[in-house]
Design a protein around this ligand. Sequence first.
Ligand SMILES: [Zn+2]
Length: 227
Amino acid sequence: MAEKDVVLMIADISGYTKFIATNQTTLEHTHKIVEELIKTIIKQVKIPIKVAKLEGDAVFLYCLKNGNASAWKKDVKHINEKLLSFFDVFSSRLRELAESAPCKCEACKNIQELRLKVIVHIGKANFYKIGQFTELSGLDVIIVHRLLKNSLNAREYILLTDNAFKEINLTGIQTKQGTETYKDLGSIKTHAYFPTHHHKHMIQAQMIMRNRDHAHDHSHDHEHAHA
Ligand SMILES: [Zn+2]
């Protein structure tokens, strides 16, 4: 068993909690849709990030912390980009699935309700091999999982612990500070980032720019008309 410094990440799909699948079709379609979305996330996962485990509606990822400073800096940039790309691929796959939903069951009808959240923590983990599987364990592995249940009143976010936030600074992005308290773990300082807000702002900004461009074009037309 070896203890290593590691970035721990969980990408979790939620939104189907409101109903419990009571018929076979809904149950099958629920699994199929979640599976498709998990696959979409996993496709984005590239070395040095690795999949530790599939956990139902979630995927547990990790990245060994590189001892070499410049290599680590590169890895951080990679993690940064990946965290944000998870939300992009998730939402575009969600749209595709919603458009091609085969039926009117509760699962297919509610595809648009699905959301992604990602928890990120940096700490130590024990690695041990069981056959072809690598198992991660330790207090920090418990912490990252525990943070899936938190006090955030939002459906889609990246929640970073203070440890993770200090290293994986999502550049130029505003985060909301908070604290999560668990009976057995005590208080954990957190930083939440809301990608959907970010995207909305980006889209709004793009629209504003486009409108400005149009206005600009029109003023040119006028100039020409008057010339
Ligand atoms: Zn269906």
